[in-house]
Design a binder for this molecule. Sequence first.
Ligand SMILES: Nc1nc2c(ncn2[C@@H]2O[C@H](COP(=O)(O)OP(=O)(O)OP(=O)(O)O)[C@@H](O)[C@H]2O)c(=O)[nH]1
Ligand SMILES: [Mg+2]
Ligand SMILES: [Zn+2]
Length: 355
Amino acid sequence: MSATLQALGLDSSTADFLQSVPEELVPGRVARVDKGLATVFTTDGPVRASWSGALLTAIAADAQAGPCTGDWVVLRFWPDDRITVESVLPRRTAIVRAEVGGSSRGQVLASNVDVIAIVVGLVPEPNIVRIERFMALAWESGARPVVVLTKSDLVGDADSVAEDVALAAPGADVLVCSATTGPGMDDVRALVAGDATLALLGSSGAGKSSLVNALAGVELLDVQDIREDGKGRHTSVRRELIVLPSGGIVIDTPGLRGIGLQESGEGLAAAFPDITALAERCKFKDCSHVMEPDCAVRAALDDGSLPYRRYESWVKLQREAAYMARRADIRLRNEMKKEWVRASKSYRRDHKPRP
Ligand SMILES: Nc1nc2c(ncn2[C@@H]2O[C@H](COP(=O)(O)OP(=O)(O)OP(=O)(O)O)[C@@H](O)[C@H]2O)c(=O)[nH]1
Ligand SMILES: [Mg+2]
Ligand SMILES: [Zn+2]
């Protein structure tokens, strides 16, 4: 596959940045990362590249500095035929998942994404709480979230489900489609108009890879075997960027089990604009919306304008974000301690008492 950088989704800020890159370096976009190598699409087709020394040093300090699917990078072609990623260009947007149980540093799932589609199958019945959680992750990325309800060929009342889902995803369009029979696919295709980059996120078996195949018009990706029923098995195993023959870029991802939220809580506020607005009207600035007087959130629960289910889901995600923030604090303290130990060791080395 060879294409212009525009067809790979080049935006104006990245294009500006590339102006200042030395001529011997070659720009490209990371399609996937596996076995310690990146597959990078360039205007001369795909190449496999390893990491430069400088990049390895950057990764040692911050795992997020490593190339991920969607990144713009510059490559160096060595006389001995090696190809290395010299650097990763600044990310315009990034989908970052807090690592469940791991370090408090997030894992970058995909970058430079314009639109995030939360893909949800209409069968089994959509889990609203899970959609709210995905929305918080999506809003945090800086990309525009939409919900794509797929497998509409399997249900009769897709539109009424779409209305319920829309209530759980304020500010996001909700599309209904079927990858198998085709209705609604034009609306999905419109998301990549103008060589935009669309990332598909969702549970395993939701139908993400099937959507990519339907958009591409060919069976590019493996999809789950129908007999396997989607129980605990992931068909797609890596994140992969695909340039559609008809234009536009789509990033397929493996089904997410844990959707850890980042500590900032910004995505959460954007996913729950209704509750965020109510909370601003509470009497106390640090209102916990549990027992304080003149609490606008409790009042909305009492008069029924705020569904209790939505409130509960918000409280739970809120606690989680607070927990992540504490973990990030601890990480920062530990890093400072390490730095201090290193500094004092070198001080002792340089100031050894003379024998
Ligand atoms: N009836 C119907 N079945 C669909 C549709 N889209 C996907 N499926 C089926 O749903 C199953 C899962 O689809 P996949 O595309 O593999 O799902 P996925 O989200 O990529 O799953 P992971 O790769 O595991 O994350 C497959 O058996 C598909 O054939 C649809 O629009 N209608
Ligand atoms: Mg898949
Ligand atoms: Zn309150």
